[in-house]
Design a protein around this ligand. Sequence first.
Ligand code: GLC
Length: 548
Amino acid sequence: MIVPLKQPPWWEGAVFYQIYIRSFQDSNGDGIGDLKGIISRLDYLQTLGVEGLWINPFYPSPQVDFGYDIMDYFDIDPQFGTMADFEQLVREAEKRQLKIIIDLVLNHTSDRHPFFIESRSGSHSAKRDWYIWREPAENGGPPNNWAGFEKSSWTFDHKSGQYYYHFFYRQQPDLNWRNPAVKKAMFQVLDFWLDKGVKGFRLDTINLLFEDEDLRDNPVTDEVPEYLKQVLSIKQLPIYTINLPENHHVIKALRQHLSRKGDEEPLLIGEVFVPTLRDLVPYYGDQEDEIQLPFNFFLSNVDKLSAVSFRQVLAQDSEYLSHYPTTTVLSNHDLPRATTRYASEENSEAVAKLLATMLFTLRGAPFIYYGSEIGMRDYPPEIIDEVQDPRGKLDWPEYKGRDGARTPMQWSDRKNAGFTKGSPWLKLNPDYVQRNVKAQLANPNSILNYYKKLIALRQSWSSLRRGKLTLLGEDPAVLSYLREQQDDPILVLLNMSAEKNLFRGENFEPLSQKTWKVLASTHSVATDNFPSLRVNLKPFEGLVLKKD
Ligand code: GLC
């Protein structure tokens, strides 16, 4: 009997593109990106070569947290379009072999969701127990010290004399996942969107569903925990609010619920905040029956461009995750863009290409945050009156919020960069005059054309997409690794310093006997063959080589 080889799922090692819908493309002149705008850019995304599109939330919402506060899980916010637009988007994406992944917020709803309005109507309301309501502490204050986006995660409700819990803003009350009715109602949301043709979900803050039932205080600390410091400013260890074992019960049940829906299992990508890379492992599930792709944020937590620091993360990755598919994330809508974190205005283009070389040659499925492909940089607000993100208002001026990384996509040098004919919801980075898609399409050496080249390489070399990764050496400035599947090695050299550096291939047994040929390079190279594998790397040079 011939047993057919199991095909790897489409998403394994695939290239994803994140669309922050408000800022991608406006089609109707209201200054806010929308679904029709995305449709008009699908050809662009197809030629870029990406395979999956993750779209940030578009559901009806008061937009307190820009869509992460949902008041109806079964519809589209009119500012983003209509359900017919969404259906058209799915059809048009399918024609171009693009898979749509939608963002889903299960941890909390908007305070204007009918469930919460009912829950809040009184202590005897039928939905009271759908959220987390508690009596005040003896002094009348919040029930305990839990904090999240706000200094206290509890808000007092005068009418009933109780507090409700919200890890994020007070307008985002947490659902009570200990109540089976909540589970039932929320699972229906996934069914609804699968029927519309989406191929998977990016599960927002999926390891925050449960909190300690006894409401124990979180231990207080002097510093914000390292793994949270990019998004939060809490000085406590959230051991009773994040990452509780009960999360796994719901995630398993969710996966099981979805696997009954048909042959091709929908993809679950999970936003999980964990203290160490090793803590990601349980989120795959003990039977690999939980999240297929828990986000790996550890590379994006590295705070300077450093071969040593990136190597440390990759070494841990090899130790704990080598048997699991993973993701490579350098930027997203919650973080300063990688170009801003690791480059100055002067060396931004070189660093953007270097980072791209890393993004597309590591093991994990690469996630491109819109605009990274042209090297967009942050443009944060200068005064508090300009701030849109409420996180920015809360901690101003120490933290300016996330607006800087969410500025409109820079399509051309026309007014408002071709993003909108109206007045944009967030001011544009004035560098759009030089840094834009149109200009970069016309320039063979642009970041954009380099992205295209690397994406195409990743798709044609299975060593890059699925091969194992071996780190080479401990050079303080040059990060180097091999990707291999069968006898098809690809060698990657990344000079992370502003100095020239010599890479000595003869130091590494697996390299010495071979001649290497250049597949891609951040700079133009004098030769495309390295017989002795001594390579003089220019500042910030990245090279991808194959055995000749
Ligand atoms: C996630 C989102 C972030 C949002 C938060 C609350 O971390 O990425 O943008 O503010 O969840 O939903």
